[in-house]
Design a protein around this ligand. Structure first.
Ligand SMILES: [Fe+2]
Length: 510
């Protein structure tokens, strides 16, 4: 059975059905039967290391049960888990039992270590006599090994079907980097795409822990999303919409009271629904800035550009004439994360250093013709810190910046001075379009030509939905900008609209 047939079979339940029960006995507390299948939200894995990864599931017999509890009783439930080296689970290498706590929305996070480096594993759960779908994951290599990875962001559930997640899975990445707006907080039609909506959010804007849990359950019920999670480990980081549009630190963009409480609840629900390590949830702080290495080849530096930032300058928005954005006192990363990043870049012995972060780093003038209007929510609103970061990247081995948020593919040169055509290029910024946000895409060639003319350091823009598929080895990073022509109906193919190949600096000099 090859990989694709494994996934097809797993999706159809054939692999798990053929494979006999897990060996670990159920505990007494789990003996009262649940009504229905508890694995309706699928399985996931994340944050791989040389010895392991995080395995995730969340039990919900009725995902949209109304109170965010997914139809589950107010008691803890035991969940057995199993890891094998083959998709039929004939060669099981690790088993255990975890407790899905009622207080954690019956989520399960199993942190596995001590496995073999650089290999594929299969995992599944069992609870109440039911088997979960099987997932595929992998440990990172200890030696230099090429990497195929995907980059994705922004998946508004109402705006379209998740065909892009399905196509991403079919491209068989070994790792998926997700850069924010995994879910959106708006109530039904609170944010509409041009073509309207193809399905409807759970009622109301997310405000309470129950609201966020319910919304996550709705998103996780999608079979295409479940398929993408079951294909490879993910590195996830949130942006704004997992909490609220354009929040900054402890400041709500709407000025509504009680934001600290809401943020803590949204963080908690996010953790409960993602394959993150337990250490990421630190009281009211959710720490997602972290590093993951792929042997000596690559190091991912995941950033958090929301939680520790100063409020947006000049009341946010896209506008001209905001001197505040040029204040060196303002920070996007916060001092703690800044020091962490600086020392991590300086100390990195990886050949490639990939920054995974949320918002557009390149300068972007939105005004056609004389004058300049910039998006104060992006790095343009924190320009001096960007200059300092580019200075650090200039001293780093093969830096590349990976970005979400824009809902359009972009390829840009990051420069010390964006207004100087002769200024050196420090790194490429690769911006992934959205999985679903803004609905069916299009190509407005006039608009693109104007945008590129206004911003000569940006060489490619595509307004269709999609994701990035990258191949990395010691000599080059090759990236396909994958696009889909529509998502208002199911079944669109993914095409490569553009390919960029970035040679390593050592290779470029050779
Ligand atoms: Fe978004």
């Amino acid at each position: 059975m090859n990989r694709r047939s494994f996934l097809t079979a797993a999706a159809a339940g054939l692999v798990t059905q053929a494979a006999g029960p897990l060996t670990s006995p159920a505990r007494a507390s789990a003996s009262r039967a649940l009504k229905g299948d508890p694995f309706t939200l699928g399985v996931a894995s994340g944050d791989p290391s040389t010895g392991g990864f995080v395995l995730w599931t969340r039990l919900a017999t009725d995902p949209l049960g109304g109170d965010g509890r997914g139809g589950m009783p107010a008691r803890d439930v035991d969940v057995d888990w199993q890891i094998a080296t083959d998709e039929r689970f004939r060669s099981v290498v690790r088993t255990g039992t975890a407790t899905a706590r009622a207080g954690a929305a019956h989520s399960v996070h199993v942190e596995v270590d001590g496995l073999e480096a650089g290999r594929e594993y299969f995992y599944r759960f069992r609870s109440q006599g039911r088997l979960s779908p099987a997932g595929r994951t992998r440990t990172t290599p200890a030696v230099e090994r090429p990497l195929r990875f995907a980059v994705a962001a922004c998946a508004h559930y109402e705006h379209g079907y998740y065909t892009a997640y399905r196509r991403l899975a079919e491209d068989e990445p070994e790792l998926v980097v997700f850069l924010g707006d995994y879910m959106y907080e708006y109530g039904p039609s609170g944010y509409t795409a041009l073509a309207g909506r193809v399905r409807t959010h759970t009622p109301g804007k997310c405000r309470t822990l129950a609201d966020y849990r319910l919304r996550h359950a709705q998103y996780k019920s999608d079979p295409d999303l479940q398929h993408a999670h079951a294909t490879a480990p993910w590195l996830v980081a949130f942006d704004d919409h997992e909490i609220e549009n354009n929040w900054a630190g402890l400041v709500s963009s709407t000025g509504a009271p009680g934001f600290a409480r809401r943020r803590a609840d949204a963080f908690r629900a996010y953790y409960e629904n993602m394959p993150l390590r337990r250490a990421s949830l630190q009281g009211a702080v959710l720490r997602v800035n972290r590093r993951v290495s792929w042997g000596p080849l690559a190091r991912f530096h995941l950033l958090d550009t929301r939680q520790f930032r100063d409020d947006q300058a000049c009341l946010d928005g896209v506008r001209a004439g905001c001197d505040d954005r040029l204040s060196a006192k303002r920070t996007l990363l916060g001092s703690g994360q800044w020091s962490w990043l600086e020392s991590g870049l300086r100390g990195s012995d990886a050949r490639w250093n990939l920054l995974g972060q949320q918002i557009m780093m390149t300068q972007r003038d939105y005004k056609v013709g004389p004058g300049r209007e910039v998006n104060l929510d992006s790095w343009d609103g924190y320009a001096p810190e960007r200059t300092r970061l580019l200075g650090s990247l200039a001293a780093t081995s093969n830096p590349v910046v990976l970005t979400g948020d824009a809902h359009m593919h972009h390829l840009a040169d990051l420069k010390t001075d964006f207004d100087d055509p002769d200024a050196p290029v420090i790194a490429k910024e690769l911006i992934a379009s959205s999985i679903a946000s803004d609905g069916d895409g299009y190509r407005d060639r006039t608009w693109i030509a104007e945008a590129v003319a206004e911003n000569p350091h940006i060489s490619f823009i595509d307004q269709r939905r999609g994701y990035l598929m990258a191949r990395l080895d010691r000599d080059e990073l090759s990236v396909d900008y994958r696009t889909l022509d529509y998502i208002s109906r199911r079944g669109a193919r993914a095409k490569t609209a553009h390919r960029v190949t970035i040679p390593s600096s050592a290779q470029a000099r050779a």
